[in-house]
Write a protein that binds this ligand. Structure first.
Ligand SMILES: [Zn+2]
Length: 238
């Protein structure tokens, strides 16, 4: 059977694994079909539970994913195997081998981080609010290691992500903002902004990015579909 998820291609030690789920491989019905992993989008709880169970089993995860309650904030949770589930945070860091870090998205940008020695990992939920609040810098600051690699997952691209002055005004510069369809609107490139912020934080190896969730129907997209599910981006130590 082909795996219903993707394996990110980036500079990752053998002792660390990462995957990104797609819409395939689950039991949820329209408009959530099929592998929705989110409990907060009004999908049937039994379907979400079964989807999460399948993910844990088929991906041979060493533990249940540490699901967060993502709130578009900038809190970085320092997690271990005993951390409570569903904590409010938009980034999570661990050194623990039994801790599966997970970010749920449907247009926002998921980012994975890993130290060169594979002993420290993190996952970040970076929508425009997280980026404007420097969540990347806060997550990178948790690392003891100085050599860190990053991977940018699927997110709504500059081809489809139009924002207004309310968003633009929250950023220090117009870097990553292209012209929109009229005055007062811009096309925001989350990937470009994230790459620059990662570089500013000292991360030299940056891969991924450029896969637009709105364009690519393998993924959930809130802007494309409105009521829909969420896919997961996961990283763990083996
Ligand atoms: Zn697009």
């Amino acid at each position: 059977m082909t795996e219903p998820w993707l394996r990110p291609d980036w500079e990752l030690p053998d002792t660390v694994q990462s995957i990104v789920t797609t819409r395939d491989g689950g039991v949820s019905e329209a408009p959530y079909g099929a592998l929705n992993v989110a409990t907060h989008v009004a999908d049937q709880p039994a379907h979400v539970a079964e989807n999460r169970r399948r993910l844990e089993t088929l991906a041979e995860l060493p533990a249940s994913p540490l699901w967060l309650q993502q709130v578009h904030g900038t809190r970085v949770l320092l997690a271990d195997a005993n951390s409570a589930r569903e904590q409010q945070a938009d980034a999570v860091y661990t050194r623990d081998r039994h801790c599966v870090l997970t970010i749920m998205t449907a247009d926002c940008l998921p980012i994975l981080l890993c130290s060169a020695d594979g002993e420290e990992i993190a996952a970040v939920h970076a929508g425009w609010q997280g980026l404007a609040g420097n969540i990347i810098n806060k997550a990178v600051a948790r690392f003891s290691a100085t050599k860190i690699s990053a991977w940018l997952g699927p997110a709504i691209g500059p081809c489809h992500y139009e924002v207004d002055e309310r968003v633009r005004s929250r950023f220090d510069s117009d870097f990553g903002f292209g012209p929109g369809k009229d005055r007062g609107h811009w096309m925001l490139d989350l990937f470009a902004v994230a790459r620059r912020q990662l570089a500013d934080a000292g991360v030299e190896s940056i891969a991924g990015g450029g896969c637009c969730t709105y364009c690519d129907s393998r993924f959930y997209s809130y802007r494309r579909d409105g009521q829909t599910g969420r896919f997961a981006t996961l990283i763990w130590r083996r």
